[in-house]
Design a protein around this ligand. Structure first.
Ligand code: CA
Length: 373
């Protein structure tokens, strides 16, 4: 069978594994629009971004996923309070996927989406915009500059592209945590959670990029790479040491079932209680008393694309398979005759990522707690 050559407009990208070519090292701070379903690993991604001076968070869209939309909103507002973040609008998204009902993942993230943490209720107001409107508004305000990061289902982004079909071209870059390619799924044997919750939305987004001549292709950060980002109790302890938190805690599967963090730094106390639940979930899955921190890694390559390598691919989503609905499929041999519509993140160094994450969050918390004294 003859493979059809891909279109000329992307020929410079075809067949290479390379650093993402569309980022300038001097392009800091990065104005980021977040779309999240917070979520324990979303919470860690937020912690990383709030701790990183290169990130300028423009707004946060709340998508139903790990927990229902209202809970995602409450979690995001609470984290903004805990991090003393100002000037960041939080926009409520749709109540569920474009076509089907909503599945949530309280077994993975806890009834409140943040494990055992009980975040203080926030009195902040949410945006007057819907999440889809907020996407469009943010992109139009700084065309060609905004970087999108989605660590939940793609429902709101798909709705935003319906509102503004030029959105792919208005964004500087887009990073999506989602999908699995040469790797088993984490929701079905072949499907990853974010894509599986709303496959129609994911397909709309990937199709939009396939049709958007001149748009910078989105980066897909799939399970293949995020499942190698395994956080351990040692990593969490290193954050606490760096932050100067007291007492220094070390989480263990032999801890009493009702043990909760007594960390002196509130953000760290809540993160510890969230991650304890996540460690236990992974342990129950047979992975060990650790946590795959998918969203935090996607956040890191948003700020530092050089932390991974990428290959261009033509990506689509299975909608009708009786066993494979929600699976991502990459056409590497040009069977479909369609040009690449994404880069897939392929390799990275977990140790380098965790050193960076620990330094960022630990140092930020240390400075904040010293300032508060
Ligand atoms: Ca998420």
């Amino acid at each position: 069978m003859a493979a059809t050559p891909v279109g000329a407009r992307h020929t410079k990208l075809v067949g290479v594994i390379s650093p993402h070519p569309d980022v300038r090292a001097d392009a800091y701070p990065v104005p980021i629009f977040l779309d999240v379903d917070t979520g324990i690993d979303d919470s860690l991604a937020l912690a990383y971004l709030f701790s990183s001076p290169e990130a300028q968070i423009i707004g946060i869209a709340c998508t139903a996923g790990n927990v229902p939309t209202d809970r995602v909103v409450a979690n995001n507002l609470a984290w903004l309070d805990l991090w003393d973040a100002i000037g960041i609008d939080v926009a409520r998204g749709a109540d569920g996927p474009l076509v089907t009902g909503l599945n949530t993942a309280e077994d993975t993230h806890g009834d409140f989406g943040v494990g055992y943490a009980r975040l203080p209720r926030s009195l902040r107001q949410i945006s007057r915009f819907t999440a889809a409107q907020a996407w469009v508004h943010a992109a139009r305000r700084q065309p060609g500059r905004l970087v999108g990061l989605v660590t939940g289902p793609l429902t709101n982004l798909a709705l935003a592209i319906r509102l503004e079909p030029r959105l792919p071209k208005l964004l500087n870059r887009l990073i999506i945590m989602g999908g699995a390619f040469d790797h088993p799924g984490n929701t079905t044997p072949t499907a990853e959670w974010n894509i599986s919750v709303d496959p129609e939305a994911a397909k709309e987004v990937f199709d939009a990029y396939g049709a958007a001549d001149g748009a910078t292709l989105p980066v897909i950060c799939p399970l293949d790479i995020t499942e190698t980002m395994v956080m351990t109790p040692q990593h969490l302890q290193r954050i606490a040491l760096r932050a100067g938190s007291k007492p220094i805690e070390f989480l263990s599967p032999t801890d009493p079932i009702d043990r909760r963090s007594e960390a002196s730094i509130p953000v760290l106390r809540h993160l510890t209680d969230a991650l304890r639940f996540y460690f236990e979930f992974h342990d129950k899955q047979g992975i060990g008393y650790v946590a795959q921190v998918h969203d935090a890694f996607a956040a890191a390559i948003t700020l530092h694309p050089g932390m991974a390598t990428y290959r261009p691919a033509t990506v689509d989503v299975e909608l009708t398979g009786t066993l494979t609905r929600g699976s991502t499929v990459a056409d590497r041999r040009g069977f479909w005759g369609r040009p690449p519509n994404a880069y897939i993140a392929t390799t990275s160094e977990p140790d380098a990522f965790f050193n960076h994450l620990i330094e960022r969050i630990g140092e930020s918390l240390r400075r904040r707690s010293e300032y508060a004294r």
